[in-house]
Design a binder for this molecule. Structure first.
Ligand code: HEC
Length: 267
């Protein structure tokens, strides 16, 4: 009981202090006394967050999952803007932003302390891909229990053989021999992929690499294979005849490529 009271008090203090720095629109967060769904009292660009506000008995290896309503600029998602804290206790966080699902996953490298109250917040610095800032805010607060759900790692990194199958059946018919007409990308062997894709600047979107290992959200190749506003030219695999469409990759193929990149794009 006492511990709970302390937590509520520190949570209140935390909110009061953050609100001194944040915009006035955010003053409604505490007016949610329903203890259930996210209700910030203003339009915060989040569709869903887990663990939800005030959840209890959360596994110590929980993965915080935040689904935004528009693409984040993944290069602005750094340890310095994500905070998971309990009083003076601060956790070292890892994150994976997946542009396919517009979801940010955040987890700790070691399990959280059990039976502790946590506050998860973001500070200024994060941006959406359209250049607008993500307002600093507390996004959720929850209490851990004792259980460990084996939730980590939060994604299964894919072996190169898995994505090689996709490249060889859906992409290499155009992208081989480093042909300049097809941007110089060559999917015909692991070596070629290493030389023409990994860490190579995109010709269509020069601020991005074609594939930046560990960072699906900063890999132009990923934006090129699903329907979104952030690529030029055509969605891949395209048709040679640009007036004709061709079958897009399936969601699971797109997800395999994202997971391969998130795992470090290894061979
Ligand atoms: C029918 C031919 C064709 C197929 C098949 C094809 N591409 Fe392309 N690709 C192109 C052409 C032409 C361009 C440049 C013009 C454009 O973007 O539409 C291109 C551009 C790209 C780019 C942008 C390169 C840069 O540096 O900006 C990427 C990434 C890419 N393709 C990846 C793929 C992947 C991955 C596949 C398979 C899923 C694929 N392509 C299948 C013809 C093809």
């Amino acid at each position: 009981m006492f511990r709970r009271a302390i937590f509520t008090l520190s949570f209140l203090l935390f909110i009061v202090s953050t609100q001194l720095f944040c915009s006035s629109q955010q003053t409604d967060i505490l007016q949610d006394d329903t203890d259930t769904a996210l209700n910030y009292g203003y339009e915060y660009p989040i569709i869903d967050i887990k663990p939800s506000l005030y959840s209890t008995d959360v596994p110590v290896d929980t993965v915080i999952k935040i689904r935004f309503d528009k693409q984040l600029d993944s290069s602005t998602v750094t340890d310095s803007v994500l905070h998971l804290e309990s009083g003076p206790l601060k956790k070292w966080l890892m994150s994976y932003y997946n542009p396919l699902t517009i979801e940010l996953m955040v987890w700790t490298s070691v399990d959280l302390n059990s039976n502790v109250d946590w506050v998860f917040s973001i500070s200024a610095g994060m941006e959406f891909l359209d250049g607008t800032p993500v307002e600093p805010s507390i996004l959720t607060a929850f209490t851990t229990g004792n259980s460990n759900d084996e939730q980590q790692p939060p994604f299964s990194s894919k072996k190169y053989e898995v994505v090689e199958k996709i490249f060889m059946t859906k992409c290499v018919s155009c992208h081989f021999n480093s042909d300049k007409a097809f941007t110089g990308i060559d999917f015909s062997s692991p070596d070629k992929v290493q030389n023409t894709v990994l860490n190579v600047r995109s010709s269509e979107w020069p601020s991005l690499k074609r594939v930046l290992p560990y960072k699906p959200g900063e890999s132009y190749l990923l934006f090129k294979i699903f329907d979104n506003d952030y690529y030029s030219g055509q969605q891949m695999p395209r048709n040679i005849d640009s007036s004709k469409s061709s079958k897009p990759l399936t969601f699971s193929e797109q997800q395999d490529i994202s997971d391969w990149i998130a795992g470090g794009a290894l061979f």
